[in-house]
Design a protein around this ligand. Structure first.
Ligand SMILES: [Zn+2]
Length: 533
């Protein structure tokens, strides 16, 4: 160990102790004593503080770890692609991730917060604690033969990775491992965590993980998602959402013989629909409200005693979404009153909009700018244009420039990670593994998640992620600023749980589909069990 390294390590330890000093939570109050200590710390460790920032040496070392694991990372992602497991059924996927992470030195808990496919991996000790947060679930009917431009499922009707969440697993594991190796090599104090939440596609798990307190001792997170660009952002990134099933219970009768004895549950569903249509004028202009009728009875001459509709309410922020949802509940009660039926509802999923901290975005952007975009080959650019052409999109090829910070509009989509971002300061990172113009949740997007395009984007993303986690671990000013921003945001809009206190995660979600297709899908599983080194 060089002298600089020893001084750097000591300074970090001292700073970590002053700033995070166990057992006190990070940045508790702003007592004079603590500010005094901090000033003394800053004065006396002025020089070492400079050395305490993640140095180029440390980042170069980390990039070396990522590069030598590029093949392993790709194989992990490819393995998850062929598992193609839907939310709450990620059993093979999390088994592989657990093996990889344990072999890489992490302590892995499977089953956290009451969900068997919820994975929480941890390495190191104490603060600062930085978590990488992502997911690895697939989508129904997304099965497709990789690199095949025509529609050709591997298994007809089976799930598949038509959003590329498979790449998240390889990238996140390699980045967490590279952070761990760098912390070990340079004696950087703190903890690195990897949280893989189940069933992101149905916005299920994160409110449960937050409720179980898993993020209480985490100082910041970086949420990772595949994209067509290397980008970050801050502020409200997407929409709040509440989804609920409304069930109307009536009384059945013959549609011709004694209809006057009936209480038609389907009438109630339709009247709720009509009531909701009238409600639309009195909602915030940013609202979204959509529904399907999941049970409308069996046949017309049997008046249905049960009818159900699945409603989805969204808005630019959670208080407004909740206000709209409460109005919708009243519309449902009114429909029940009009028809003499009764109504009950249960919230299927609820997620806050993702909130990104500018301080963390600036750290991430610094690394995005330094690392740049992958060097695409002529062959990759040609394939990208062919794919764009076959999907009816502009033939623009792959992006060659990183996306500057700012200017990204709030998306109307939702992600259950939002709840995490209202519980702990968050950064958001997109990495360039998707062909631009190819929309996710559509089979064209399942063509490339095992391609060299995806693999190169993963290496780029893993370097940005690793360097950004190192910055958060070694440069207290990022965490301090992020915490101040976060405190202001949650003061303006305090977080509340939308899930009822007694809500339980739907563990059987997607089970029937996976049970049906898994035997055929199993034939495509890759034999190799990749390892990081
Ligand atoms: Zn996603």
């Amino acid at each position: 160990m060089t002298t600089t390294r020893i001084i750097g390590a000591f300074a970090r330890y001292a700073l970590a102790h002053i700033l995070f000093g166990k057992p006190v939570s990070p940045f508790p109050g702003h007592s004079l004593a603590r500010i005094g200590l901090l000033s003394i710390g800053l004065l006396s460790f002025g020089m070492p503080l400079m050395a305490a920032a993640a140095t180029d040496d440390e980042k170069q070392f980390a990039y070396g770890v990522v590069e030598r694991n590029a093949t392993a990372m790709a194989k992990i992602g490819d393995s998850l692609y062929y598992f193609a497991e839907l939310g709450m059924q990620e059993f093979e996927s999390t088994k592989l991730m657990k093996e990889v992470l344990e072999a890489g030195g992490f302590t892995v808990e499977l089953g956290a917060a009451g969900m068997p496919t919820n994975l929480w991996a941890h390495w190191g000790s104490g603060r600062p604690a930085i978590a990488i947060v992502t997911e690895i679930d697939a989508l129904p009917e997304g099965s497709q033969t990789p690199m095949e431009l025509a529609r050709k499922p591997l298994v007809a009707g089976a799930p598949g990775h038509m959003e590329g969440h498979n790449t998240h697993g390889g990238l996140a594991a390699a980045a967490a491992f590279a952070v761990k190796e760098t912390m070990t090599r340079y004696s950087i104090p703190g903890s690195v965590i990897l949280s893989l939440g189940p069933a992101e596609e149905q916005l299920i798990s994160r409110p449960y993980i937050v409720r179980a307190g898993y993020f209480k001792n985490v100082d910041a997170i970086i949420y990772l998602h595949i994209g067509d660009q290397s980008a970050t952002g801050y502020g409200l990134a997407n929409y709040a959402s509440i989804s609920a099933n409304f069930a109307f219970h009536g009384k059945t009768a013959h549609g011709a013989v004694d209809p006057w004895d009936a209480k038609d549950a389907l009438d109630a569903v339709e009247l709720m629909d009509a009531g909701a249509a009238y409600l639309r004028q009195q909602l915030h202009p940013t609202y979204r409200m959509h529904r399907v009728i999941t049970n409308g009875g069996v046949q017309p001459n049997v008046i249905p005693d049960l009818a159900e509709a699945w409603w989805w309410v969204r808005d630019a922020n959670m208080p407004d979404a909740k206000e709209t949802f409460e109005k919708l509940v009243n519309v449902g009660k009114g429909a029940a009153l009009m028809t003499g039926t009764s109504v009950d509802y249960h919230i299927v999923a609820a997620g806050w909009p993702q909130l990104g901290m500018k301080a963390i975005a600036e750290a991430i952007q610094g690394n995005i700018d330094k690392i740049g975009m992958p060097r695409w080959s002529e062959e990759e650019q040609r394939f990208a244009r062919e794919l764009q052409k076959s999907a009816g999109r502009p033939e623009v090829g792959l992006k060659t420039a990183v996306t500057p910070l700012g200017g990204r509009p709030q998306s109307y989509a939702s992600n259950d990670n939002g709840d995490v971002s209202w519980s702990v300061p968050a950064g958001l990172l997109a990495f360039p593994s998707i062909v631009p113009g190819i929309t996710i949740h559509e089979w064209h997007a399942a063509i490339t998640p095992t391609s060299s395009i995806a693999h190169k984007g993963m290496v780029t993303g893993a370097k940005v992620l690793t360097a950004s986690v190192l910055d958060l671990l070694t440069r207290p000013e990022f965490l301090q600023r992020a915490r101040l921003e976060f405190d202001q945001a949650v003061k303006a809009t305090p977080y509340f749980a939308v899930l009822p206190a007694d809500a339980k995660p739907p563990l059987d979600l997607n089970k029937a589909i996976m049970d049906r297709f898994r035997p055929e899908m199993r034939k495509f599983y890759l034999a190799e069990r990749p390892r990081l080194n």
